[in-house]
Design a protein around this ligand. Structure first.
Ligand SMILES: NC(=[NH2+])NCCC[C@H](N)C(=O)O
Ligand SMILES: [Mn+2]
Ligand SMILES: [Mn+2]
Length: 296
């Protein structure tokens, strides 16, 4: 683990139809992210926010993958920032924005490297323009990274070069039919919330790390809707029955213990829907656990 953490904000809401996630980076900084990193011995280097257009003044372009061109522009620049950070010996910490920003984070993290992906989420984000129920690209981010369906034609899919067999979904509880099919067809390791009920979070995370660890570590993609909405109300697509506060910390502590975190992102924090910024505060706490914070 590097001790300099490069913070990059990606204030987008192009990938979702609930306005407000574009304010996620501000809310997470306001929750004292930099101080939390310093307190555990890291040096935070805040690179500010990427320049992102406004949904109001952009054209969605198509119904089955809205704002895809704008998302591609953000993610191309984000990928460069993430790979620059790694080249400089820093650990990238990306602040979303909706989950479509993961396309940029993973492409950057996997550039010239063998990287696994741990996807902590209520959702699979494995839809394609053919299977999507919403046209929202945040529900397609992982499919885009893996080059599934028509995403095989996009430049970023080839750029990521992430093998579906080095991806693990942890804690999923809301999958669309096409997503179930993608999991089966491509051999993606998927651990549902029922697996966590049965075997416990630490056993499941150990299995996910086995499945997803690349030679150069893992990218951790943390969608705050992974947690139960009672803990994380500030998200646009909440799903009841999520992981508890302690399960979330335990999971990220185990990931950090495996000394495997190459890059990290915190996505889908929506301050408009939040309760006194508690979801952003939780995101900060969980980032600290993933980056080495310990009780003793
Ligand atoms: N990153 C997220 N919050 N994704 C939610 C996706 C919801 C639904 N599966 C869709 O495709 O629209
Ligand atoms: Mn997601
Ligand atoms: Mn989600």
């Amino acid at each position: 683990m590097n001790d300099t953490v490069r913070i990059v904000g990606a204030p987008t809401d192009y990938g979702t139809n609930r306005r407000g996630v574009d304010m996620g980076p501000s809310a997470i900084r306001y929750a004292d992210l930099a101080a939390a990193l310093s307190a555990i011995g890291h040096t935070p280097r805040d690179h500010g926010d990427l320049r992102v257009g406004r949904v109001e003044s952009d054209d969605p372009g198509r119904d089955d993958a809205k704002y895809l061109a704008a998302i591609e522009s953000v993610c191309t620049r984000l990928a460069d920032d993430v790979s620059d950070a790694l080249a400089a010996g820093e650990t990238p910490l990306v602040l979303g924005g909706d989950h479509s920003v993961a396309i940029g984070s993973v492409v950057g993290s996997a550039r010239d490297a063998d990287v696994g992906v741990l996807w902590f989420d209520a959702h699979g984000d494995l839809n394609t323009p053919v299977t999507t129920p919403s046209g929202n690209v945040h529900g397609m981010a992982l499919a885009a990274i893996l080059g599934l369906g028509e995403f095989a034609e996009t430049p970023w899919a080839n750029a990521a070069g992430v093998d579906p067999e080095t991806v693990a979904l942890v804690g999923v509880r809301d999958l669309d039919p096409g997503e179930r099919e993608a999991i089966r067809e491509h051999g993606i390791a998927a651990f549902s919330i029922s697996d966590i009920d049965d075997r416990g979070i630490t056993a499941v995370v150990a299995e996910a790390l086995d499945a997803a660890c690349g030679r150069d570590g893992v990218h951790v993609s943390l969608d705050l809707d992974w947690l139960d909405p009672t803990e994380a109300p500030g998200v646009g697509t909440p799903v009841r029955g999520g992981v508890t506060y302690r399960e979330a910390h335990a999971a990220l502590e185990r990931v950090a213990d495996a000394a495997a975190v190459r890059s990290l992102e915190l996505v889908e924090v929506n301050p408009i829907l939040d309760d006194h910024n508690r979801t952003a505060e939780l995101a900060v706490e969980l980032a600290a656990s993933a980056l080495g914070k310990r009780i003793l």
